[in-house]
Design a protein around this ligand. Structure first.
Ligand SMILES: [Ca+2]
Ligand SMILES: [Ca+2]
Ligand SMILES: [Ca+2]
Ligand SMILES: [Ca+2]
Length: 450
């Protein structure tokens, strides 16, 4: 049997007269009829969630087509959203992200950068700040560095590059950005996490920014990644957490088999690739307390969030996980256990990563976590989390079960008994960067690189 499909896209078709839709559809059915088709499916795709019935276009075509020899079938699919790509018409295609070379010979060339949406001039419209990466050549001053881009919203669906006027080109190797009004002047400021010194762009209220990171004491200087703002101590001022990734020396990139780096830490599926993060020394994390006078104090150790083992942090978020009115802190770590720090309400945090179930996947395995999305997906009033991971691994949906406990909702096929067993097993694992070796070999591929 020869079967054809005639598709209807309900939303775009509404711009065309019904008669025209019938005529076009019947013309195609005529062709199918003449060319040996035995049957045709009239398939309708809806682009909104409130309509699941066949449209008049499809029903009319059905009625008209009954006179034909063809057998007619119908199907309605539901696509809740329609996302046409408007990059070019919005003027956003002028931005080009760069990160090293195509060969990706070192780990610094592999992660992406980040983007922030902010209304920096308080006109009620969101603007786009796109971070850029860099190259080893640019980092060493041998070529112009790639630039970040701030795109002004023209309020007509298009954007204009205002980077030069705003003074936010960064021109460093960017890996994360977070927006927050740290000085409570009502205007959002921008923190940029780089490889090398970080930026704190203070909003001058006139469409321009000034980098005050040095004066504020938040430059750091290693490899910083996805930062987050939050007032963890309830003093009314936003504080800043900055995860660290890997200690990397651009002049002496890690080489397989040298130093403390086993050759299999620089392989992917048996093929030699860049080294890391396993085998490389990790960069620590930093919590900066806002002093209220334009400066910050690094309180990481005192607060209990300094990451003394140097896990490979890529993203962080301040959020009240347990609904006690105090923000807690989550950190997505690459190839190492994730952190969940519970706010103790006294300026310090309790590390409940393992007991909560957030440190490892349901089968007791550390994943290569790359990012964290926040939202209450099951509408039970408790905020849930979705972490992105490396290729070949599943992305984990952490369902918040209340009381600071998570369940891995993706690996839901495991029995609750298995879950309890794995969680208690995880609790016994040593908190060590290479805990991979302590977990059963069959559950952990140590040759994997991110
Ligand atoms: Ca501000
Ligand atoms: Ca604070
Ligand atoms: Ca809390
Ligand atoms: Ca929930």
């Amino acid at each position: 049997m020869k079967v054809g499909v005639l598709q209807f896209f309900s939303w775009p078709e509404r711009r065309v007269a019904i008669e025209t839709v019938y005529e076009r559809a019947l013309e195609r059915i005529e062709v199918m009829d003449r060319t040996g088709y035995d049957a045709v499916w009239l398939a309708e795709h809806h682009f909104h969630s409130f309509s699941v019935c066949p449209s008049v276009h499809m029903l009319g075509t059905m009625a008209a087509a009954r006179t034909k020899r063809l057998r007619i079938g119908t199907a309605v699919s539901l696509a809740p959203f329609y996302h046409p790509d408007v990059t070019k018409q919005a003027g956003l295609d002028i931005f080009h992200h760069r990160s090293g070379t195509r060969e990706k010979t070192s780990i610094i060339e592999t992660p992406g950068s980040g983007v922030a949406l902010l209304d920096y001039d308080d006109d009620g419209w969101l603007y786009i700040y796109l971070l850029n990466g860099s190259t080893i050549a640019a980092f060493k001053g041998n070529e112009p560095p790639p630039r970040a881009m701030l795109l002004h919203n023209n309020q007509d669906g298009t954007f204009t590059d205002v980077t030069n006027k705003a003074g936010v080109a960064n021109e460093r190797w960017g890996f994360g950005v977070a927006v927050g009004d740290y000085d409570n002047d009502g205007w959002p400021d921008i923190y940029v996490a780089n490889f090398g010194k970080n930026r704190l762009y203070h909003n001058n209220h006139d469409g321009t920014f000034t980098d005050v990171a040095e004066k504020a004491g938040v430059t750091l200087g290693g490899w910083s990644t996805g930062p987050t703002w939050g007032d963890y101590d309830h003093d009314g001022r936003l504080d800043l957490f900055v995860p660290g990734y890997v200690k990397f020396d651009a002049d002496h990139p890690p080489i397989a088999g040298q130093g403390n780096i086993p050759p299999n830490f620089c392989q992917f599926r048996g093929i030699a690739v860049m080294c890391g993060p396993r085998g490389l020394p990790g960069e620590r994390d930093h919590l900066f307390h806002n002093n209220g006078d334009g400066t910050f104090t690094d309180v990481s150790v005192k607060a209990g969030v300094s990451d003394p083992d140097g896990y490979f942090g890529l993203a962080a978020v301040f959020v009240d996980v347990d609904d006690d009115g105090w923000i807690d802190l989550l950190v997505a770590n690459d190839s190492t256990p994730n952190y969940f720090y519970r706010n103790r309400h006294d300026g310090t945090f309790e590390d409940v990563s393992y007991g909560s179930g957030f440190a490892l996947s349901e089968d007791g395995r550390e994943q290569a976590s790359m990012g964290i999305a926040v939202g209450d997906y099951n509408r039970d009033g408790k905020v849930d989390f979705f972490t992105t991971t490396f290729s070949d691994d599943y992305k984990t949906l952490y369902r918040n079960e209340g009381g600071g406990n998570f369940a891995d909702a993706v690996a839901g096929n495991l029995s609750s008994a298995r879950q309890r067993k794995n969680r208690s097993s995880a609790l016994r694992q040593p908190r060590h960067r290479h805990s991979c070796a302590a977990i059963r070999r069959s559950e952990c591929d140590c040759s994997r690189t991110p």
